[in-house]
Write a new protein. Structure first.
Length: 82
């Protein structure tokens, strides 16, 4: 099913545009991202991120808990809003 184009404005300095790639095994970005003003870009390799996080058990537990809650939230979202 094709969805109509959408527009989302990132309004906060701490807003993420591609967080699902860290918590999902096979995330695919659809569409085009365009910055309307200068922005900082940080590239994080999801697989490498997971490998590093696993090195510290306390961090792994915290991140795993967050990832589970994030996925519960994502699974409740209508596909048109993903």
């Amino acid at each position: 099913k094709l969805y109509p184009p959408s527009f989302e404005e990132v309004e906060s300095k701490e807003d993420w545009i591609a967080e699902p790639v860290l918590w999902t095994p096979h995330w695919v970005h659809l569409g085009t991202l365009v910055a309307s003003s200068e922005a900082d870009l940080v590239l994080i390799d999801g697989e490498h991120f997971g490998t590093i996080v696993r090195l510290n058990p306390a961090v792994w537990q915290l991140v795993s808990s967050y990832a589970r809650r994030f996925m519960q939230w994502m699974n409740k979202m209508p596909h048109s809003e993903l």
